[in-house]
Design a protein around this ligand. Structure first.
Ligand code: 1GP
Length: 244
């Protein structure tokens, strides 16, 4: 089964959870341990990525270690064409739709595409939309951030992604954001969108995760949560809220 079909099948059963691991934040062995713990707690897929300091070496080592430790799909969440790993099952082939930099919209993708083909990696197409505060991803990607009180702007980008043939839409508040994507924005986008909606950035507790789910998110991504010691209970409660 392709990773895309796996995600669609899981999402048909309700909101799913994905755990994001940044290869720059810990040694590969620890990343593998985090991924295995998350899998045991019920996360549906592992995403690997970070806005800065991901390179071919830390990506390859982390992806290989995680791949050995889990059965669920391992998906690369790239920030550019500078590093691509054959150890992942798939990669989000994504365009930052509201970037002012054409490099983030299509040029990095044009550089990456032949490499993806050569490695035989599954590309999972995705429209990526940065919402305030956007954090590092918004800064590095030169995003023209969607304002938190402007759900119609998010709707426009999301529907454009669908009409361009993208399989998933990702609303991103940025890793470590102090405020997540507003639930009203999620529900506004969801009310018109026919492809699955992924939401992430600033989700660290079960209440926030549940609010994203209730607003209509098909997938909730958490990353920062697993970067501190003693994350087990929090991660477990976030996953439980999403599966409730
Ligand atoms: C970042 O949406 C993800 O791309 C996860 O964000 O690190 O804030 O959980 P957090």
């Amino acid at each position: 089964m392709t990773v895309k079909d796996y995600l669609l099948e899981r999402m048909a059963g309700g909101t799913i959870h994905m755990t994001l691991v940044d290869p720059d934040k810990q040694a590969p062995e620890l990343a593998a341990e985090v991924a295995a713990n998350a899998e045991r707690m019920g996360t549906d897929a592992i995403m690997i990525g970070g806005s800065t300091d991901v390179n071919q070496m830390n990506l390859d080592e982390t992806a290989a270690a995680i791949k050995k430790a889990v059965q669920i799909p391992v998906i690369y969440f790239p920030s550019g064409a500078h590093a691509i790993s054959r150890h992942c099952d798939a990669l989000y082939f994504m365009s930052m739709l509201n970037s002012r930099d054409v490099r983030m919209v299509i040029k990095e993708q044009a550089m990456a595409a032949p490499v993806v083909k050569k490695l035989g990696l599954e590309p999972v197409s995705m429209g990526y939309i940065l919402v305030e505060p956007g954090m590092k991803a918004g800064e590095v990607g030169q995003a023209d951030l969607v304002k938190r009180d402007d759900p119609m702007a998010a709707l426009g980008y999301a529907l454009a992604a669908e009409y361009l043939g993208m399989d998933f839409v990702y609303l991103e508040a940025g890793s470590g954001a102090d405020q997540p994507v507003p639930p009203e924005m999620i529900s506004t986008v969801k009310s018109v969108l026919s492809v699955p909606l992924i939401v992430g950035g600033g989700i660290r507790d079960p209440e926030t995760a549940l609010a994203a789910k209730r607003a209509g998110a098909d997938a909730v991504v958490t990353g920062t949560l697993v970067e501190k010691d003693g994350y087990h209970q929090e991660l477990e409660s976030v996953i439980a809220a999403i599966r409730s």
